[in-house]
Design a binder for this molecule. Structure first.
Ligand code: PEP
Ligand code: MN
Length: 353
């Protein structure tokens, strides 16, 4: 159930309404708009609560939400959520590019890739320090040292960082070093992990489980939101189907569909969605045309020889740079603002080429 307040009510009146809701043993989550506030009621409410609230001064409307997720739903929060991380805005009409290797390997590797991501106009450096590998004998990640190397590289080149967190006990250390925490497809329904992520404010990129429906995915987001962390973005990374040519099947329709269902930013991962380097460029552009708020793309300086994971789907640095240059032209046509952070002179040179 959600309560929509009358325009411009006083703080006193708002507190009165919230008190009335919480007296019944349920929680009130506030989402403040320019004129009105939307109050989401979480928990099993008394059947008469809606009636009582409707008769209260300062309440314009009470709407029952039949979806199992509430805070993630657009009914609760009609405007797009925009997450501001150190001045980089994710959501709404902003387009953000996260690029980097599947895994952090050495300090030199992540430093060089960070330099290339920045030079190409990306805003976020990706890299896994804890890797969720299908087999136990594959490279499992560098661990905490990898987080430190990535933070150093991000700080050096002025990039945000994103890394995967696999277990609740590693949330704090990952949040100490990274700006965004990624929940991988294999952990989308790791409810202990989601609950723990709800207790902090670090933004979370929640990848869609490889067999998850939109409803299950948004319910997973709801765990984080209901815990008190409003900074959640969703990531479509392909799903399991009978097709084996591509690593996964990219569900492009998920981007506009989830935008209708939810106010949360949607990021596309064309690398894991296809598993093939030669398909990444077209799926990146398709994602932008479908309304994605950002991309997370794997890139490596030597993907065919030295990458510890996912080399076949990782772009070469020149492919990555060319793609971002093309996004600068495509983004405005799709109603998006792609701020590469380049100085006007650099941007002019890019435009001239
Ligand atoms: C990754 O981003 O490297 C990764 C393991 O992704 P996913 O969870 O989508 O497989
Ligand atoms: Mn990967």
């Amino acid at each position: 159930m959600i309560v929509i307040t009358s325009p411009h009510i006083s703080d006193e009146r708002m507190n009165e309404i919230v008190r009335h809701i919480e007296q019944g043993g349920v929680q009130a989550h506030l989402s403040r708009g320019i004129d009105r506030t939307v109050i989401g009621i979480i928990g099993k409410a008394d059947p008469h609560l809606a009636e009582h609230l409707r008769s209260m001064q300062g309440v314009e409307n009470v709407i029952k939400i039949s979806k199992s997720y509430k805070l993630a739903s657009r009914d609760f929060h009609p405007d797009d959520t925009i997450i501001d991380i150190k001045g980089v805005r994710i959501g709404g009409d902003h387009l953000v590019v996260m690029g980097g290797p599947c895994a952090v390997e050495t300090p030199e590797q992540i430093d060089e890739i960070a330099r290339l991501v920045k030079a190409a106009g990306g805003q976020v450096l990706r890299g896994g320090a804890f890797k969720p590998r299908t087999g136990p004998y594959s490279f499992q990640g560098i661990g905490v040292d990898g987080l430190k190397w990535m933070k150093d590289a991000g700080d050096k080149y002025g990039l945000l960082t994103i890394t995967e967190v696999m277990a609740p006990e590693f949330v704090d250390v990952c949040a100490e070093y990274a700006d965004i925490l990624q929940v991988g497809t294999r952990n989308m329904q790791n409810f202990d992990l989601l609950r723990k992520l709800g207790t902090i404010q670090t933004p979370v990129l929640l990848k869609r489980g490889m067999s998850a429906t939109y409803d299950e995915w948004l319910n997973a987001a709801e765990y984080i939101l209901a815990g008190g962390n409003p900074n959640v973005m969703l990531c479509e990374r392909g799903i399991r189907t009978f097709e084996t040519y591509t690593r996964n099947t990219f569900d492009l329709a998920a981007i506009p569909a989830v935008h209708q269902l939810s106010h949360l930013p949607v990021i596309a991962d064309p690398s894991h969605a296809t598993g093939r380097r030669e398909l990444v460029e077209s799926m990146t552009k398709a994602s932008v045309a479908a309304g994605a708020n950002g991309l997370i793309i794997e890139m490596h300086t030597d993907p065919d020889n030295s990458a510890t994971g996912d080399g076949v789907q990782s772009l070469f640095p020149d492919q990555f740079a060319k793609l971002l240059k093309e996004l600068e032209q495509l983004a405005p046509l799709c109603g998006k603002n792609f701020n590469t952070g380049k100085q006007p002179a650099e941007a002019f040179l890019v435009w001239m080429k």
